[in-house]
Design a protein around this ligand. Structure first.
Ligand code: UD1
Length: 364
């Protein structure tokens, strides 16, 4: 494969594509006669400096060749506009392979366009499933995988899921996790956020929380009740809560104060990982963060009823807690009293996944 497009659209994509781009650069330096030409395409699904530009800067990702500038809107609006604009971009320069990562709207939209233009599709993080079709990401995963030619998987369970769906084994490559490449590659560059001193945070004395799933944050009552339970059951711990814009919108309407919560806007990557690494534990509804806490051995409770990343529970430090207060309270007690399970690290989450992917692509 000589000409490829790499697609990124939303915040969790950026730490997944960064290592792939760096691995392509290294490949090209060592193999000038077999170099891989690529375009980086940003769909513009996330556009705020704090949700996008800061990540490019900190992770040394080159500026995108094209920004499709789709912006905010419903899933259908974003999908349709990304598809129309990416179709135009493909007319200008036809790649042989389109690499999509993760499970966001941009992932699915570009995979469909590429496939219809007879361009092979590679899905990094293919094959994972939560089983919950009410999550937009689950639909994105199902649609993307159904038209993917090459799967780069993060877990053996993903391989099993894909085989059960009838995908042939020679198209499925268990390579590990490029998000962990970013994590391990940046551990010595972490940045202490300003609020560390402002709020007098101390090592292992506070928790970090992130919430952005529509099911948790789009309803005023669900967000209020979650924040209430957490605020009331963390004892003398404080909870740093960097808010996603989606959550902020609803939070502002609540007009309430929670004395144990330290509310802040989205943090940059190096600041966020700094906070996680030094925390006593994490409360989240994100999938990616459960992978990062697993590798950093930080206790993590997930406020969802399902996960597409079961290895973070069976191997790692994650526990699936759900959103029912009766479940949340005992887990919070465990978390704040330091009685959490000790986890391990899934195979091949070793910081060397992207070079494996590039080596496979160069031989396709
Ligand atoms: C998306 C992904 C989700 C991922 C999350 C991480 C899908 C279906 N969901 O959800 O899997 O975990 O990103 O952040 O793709 N907004 C801004 N500034 C931005 C981006 C968004 O203010 O830079 C606001 C918009 O007004 C929008 C809301 O945040 O209404 C949600 O953005 P959207 O891209 O629709 O989905 P996310 O909730 O961010």
């Amino acid at each position: 494969m000589k000409k490829i497009d790499i697609i990124a659209g939303a915040r969790p994509n950026f730490m997944k594509i960064g290592p792939i781009i760096h691995a392509i650069h290294s490949h090209n330096e060592s193999n000038p006669n077999e170099s891989i030409e690529y375009r980086l395409i940003h769909t513009g699904q996330h556009y705020d400096k704090k949700m996008s530009d800061d990540f490019f800067e900190q992770l040394n990702i080159p500026q995108p060749n094209i920004n499709l500038g789709v912006g905010s809107g419903t899933a259908a609006f974003q999908t349709a506009n990304i598809m129309m604009r990416y179709e135009e971009a493909i007319k200008e320069w036809k790649p042989q392979l389109c690499i999509v990562v993760g499970d966001v709207t941009s992932t699915m939209a570009c995979a469909i366009v590429a496939k219809k233009e007879w361009i092979k599709v590679a899905h990094v993080e293919g094959g994972i499933r939560s089983g919950d079709e009410k999550m937009p990401e689950e639909i994105n995963r199902m649609v993307t995988d159904s038209i993917t030619d090459y799967f780069f998987t993060t877990s053996t369970i993903a391989n099993e899921n894909l085989q059960a769906l009838g995908h042939s084994s020679d198209k499925i490559f268990y390579v590990g996790n490029t998000m962990i490449d970013s994590l391990l590659g940046n551990l010595n560059r972490l940045i202490e956020p300003a609020l560390w001193n402002e709020k007098q945070l101390a090592n292992k004395e506070y928790l970090v929380m992130t919430l952005h799933r529509p099911s948790n944050v789009d309803g005023m009552e669900s967000l209020r009740s979650l924040l209430d339970i957490i605020n009331q059951n963390v004892g003398n711990r404080r909870v740093v809560f960097p808010m996603h814009p989606r959550t902020q919108k609803m939070y502002d309407q609540l007009g309430m104060n929670f004395k144990n919560l330290i509310i802040t806007g989205p943090l940059s990557y190096l600041e966020f990982i700094y906070l996680i690494k030094n925390s006593a534990g994490v409360i989240t509804d994100s999938g990616g963060i459960t992978e990062e806490t697993t590798v950093l051995s930080i206790p993590c409770m997930t406020l969802r009823n399902s996960t597409e990343r079961p290895e973070t529970i069976t191997v790692g430090t994650n526990e699936l807690v759900g959103t029912n207060p009766e479940n949340i309270v005992p887990f919070l007690q465990k978390l704040t009293s330091g009685n959490w399970k000790i986890g391990g690290i899934p195979d091949k989450w070793d910081g060397a996944t992207a070079p494996r992917i590039v080596s496979i692509i160069s031989n396709l």
